[in-house]
Design a protein around this ligand. Structure first.
Ligand code: DX5
Ligand code: ZN
Length: 219
């Protein structure tokens, strides 16, 4: 399967959001990555429903929503109505994760679980077969533009081994500090989806930067 690039809108220019959404539309990226933060689960507030609604009016690619909020199941239906194609909740924020995942799927969305850098992969062994995606956080969630945490590499390998052992078809997404220096190694360890915020949107030529990531990921 071809590897997926998911530009993170958190790093876009919010005064030129339509322009940046259209840039992603015309690029080699397959997904939009949308970070929703509540100021409780993470020490930052990003943007909420009206902004996602506006993005969805212009976006013509798969919408990958990453919820960094406590008790995420309260908003499953809301994000389904807003057009999310994948809804990812944090392992650390969901008490009844199995119910939460089934609920996400019942609305026709793909279901993902994100793990903070300190959360071990083996905690997913009894739910991996239900997951369309696992998002390994390679920074502490809450902010764009942070440095990549190197311990992500062995976690990818361990997750790939778990997925294969359970005969699951779960995608592995890497989120945080992704750039053209670590993309190749992330894919080599077993990643399927690379989220990139600052590296794409701070680039003078974001379309070319996305193509570069796409090429690295697929060679
Ligand atoms: C961090 C977010 C990331 C962030 C990545 O909490 O989940 O998606 O936008 O941004 P960069 O690529 O700048 O690390
Ligand atoms: Zn994210």
């Amino acid at each position: 399967m071809s590897k997926i690039i998911a530009p993170s809108i958190l790093a876009a220019d919010f005064c030129n959001l339509q322009r940046d959404v259209e840039m992603v539309n015309t690029s080699d990226a397959e997904w939009f990555h949308i970070d929703i933060m509540d100021g409780v689960f993470v020490p930052n507030i990003s943007f909420g429903m009206p902004v996602l609604e506006a993005i969805n009016k212009h976006a013509n690619k798969f919408i990958d929503v990453h919820l960094m909020i406590v008790d995420p199941d309260r908003y499953t239906k809301t994000f389904a109505d807003l057009g999310a194609n994948m809804l990812t909740v944090h392992y650390e924020a969901s008490t009844h994760l199995h119910r939460n995942i089934q609920n996400i799927k019942s609305y026709g969305m793909k279901a993902g679980v994100a793990l903070n850098p300190h959360t071990p992969v083996h905690l997913l062994q009894d739910i991996i077969q239900d997951l369309d995606m696992v998002c390994l956080m390679s920074v502490n969630p809450g902010f764009g533009g942070q440095h990549f945490i190197e311990n992500t590499y062995p976690k990818i390998k361990e997750l790939r081994t778990l997925i294969e052992a359970k005969n699951a078809s779960t995608l592995i997404e890497i989120d945080g500090g992704v750039n053209n220096k670590n993309a190749g190694k992330l894919i080599a360890q077993g990643a399927d989806v690379l989220v990139a915020g600052s590296f794409v949107f701070k680039s003078n030529k974001p379309i070319e930067t996305i193509s570069e990531l796409k090429q690295i990921a697929n060679t």
